[in-house]
Design a protein around this ligand. Structure first.
Ligand code: ATP
Ligand code: HMH
Length: 262
């Protein structure tokens, strides 16, 4: 029986750069069997998100139930959850699973489109952060979760403290959104454990869904049995290699090169 199984709960990116497609590629590169629960379908390429359609609540929950009734899923991550209703339904299901849960609070695409309705930020704070083993906001998302305007390293550490107060067991704030912080991510946990995880700056425009890839890699390494800190460490190596191997497929930022990573 093959038991290295991970689950991604998120949106489909028709361009194949982000969302479920990026997560499954990441799992595959780590030799983890990837399952997926689609929350919504996006019509997306490298320059725009043209339309978004959420799935019906029953279709969403049925995917989760069907997977857990048969597979021994070892870890899971969430990505694009779009609205209150999807966050509510997902949180209700996830509460009962005692596997590592990584919450990537996807809010806006690299091309600037909203992937989360404004009114749903509170649902993230109330329902998902309290059940998160790790939450992985970028700078923009950390600002919204902590009501700050992060400008530097000190602000990042302050924001992480606020996010822990919302109930997450650990937080990893990704520095990619600040000019001098690309590759530098700050980790803080509920026990006061803290660490800067740093990878080399890679000079590329092809960073479409570097965030999805990082959280999927952490989830994948946890499915392989590594603890959280080891999983983050390994994922930072994975992300650096994937950024080095990234490529352009349209006129905007291209995807990461997961396959060439190992
Ligand atoms: N140019 C870069 N060189 C090296 N590492 C980078 C670079 N840009 C981002 N990273 C790293 O990639 C990971 C993802 O960070 P980023 O801040 O880009 O996430 P994100 O904004 O959620 O991405 P996306 O919205 O595209 O999914 C982090 O570990 C970050 O440090
Ligand atoms: C479906 C989906 N999930 C996540 C992102 C984040 O970049 C995206 N652009 N699309």
């Amino acid at each position: 029986m093959y038991s290295n199984i991970a689950l991604s709960i998120g949106g489909s990116d028709s361009g194949g750069g982000a969302g479920i497609q990026a997560d499954l590629r990441t799992f595959m590169a780590l030799k983890v069997h990837g399952c997926s629960v689609i929350t919504c379908v996006t019509a997306q390429n490298s320059v725009q998100v043209k339309c978004v359609e959420p799935l019906k609540k029953d279709t969403l929950t049925s995917q989760i139930d069907t997977l857990f009734s048969d597979f021994d899923i070892k870890s899971l991550k969430t990505g694009m959850l779009l609205n209150d209703s999807i966050i509510n339904a997902t949180a209700l299901k996830l509460k009962s699973f005692s596997i590592p849960k990584i919450i990537d609070p996807v809010m806006v695409s690299r091309t600037g489109s909203k992937l989360l309705e404004d009114s749903a930020i509170n649902a993230y704070k109330k329902l998902l952060l309290p059940i998160a083993d790790l939450v992985t906001p970028n700078i923009f998302e950390a600002n919204l979760l902590s009501n700050l305007d992060i400008k530097n390293q000190v602000d990042i550490e302050q924001s992480a403290k606020s996010i822990i107060k919302l109930g997450a067991k650990a937080v990893l704030i990704k520095g990619g959104g600040l000019k001098d912080m690309k590759g530098r991510d700050f980790y803080l946990d509920v026990n006061g454990g803290k660490k800067w995880f740093i990878n080399k700056f890679i000079n590329t425009q092809n960073t479409h869904c570097s965030g999805c890839t990082l959280s999927a890699a952490i989830c994948g390494y946890q499915a392989l049995g590594f603890d959280l800190i080891e999983s983050i460490q390994k994922s930072k190596i994975f992300i650096e290699r994937s950024l080095k191997n990234s490529y352009q497929i349209g006129s905007g930022p291209g995807p990461l090169g997961h396959y060439q990573s190992l």
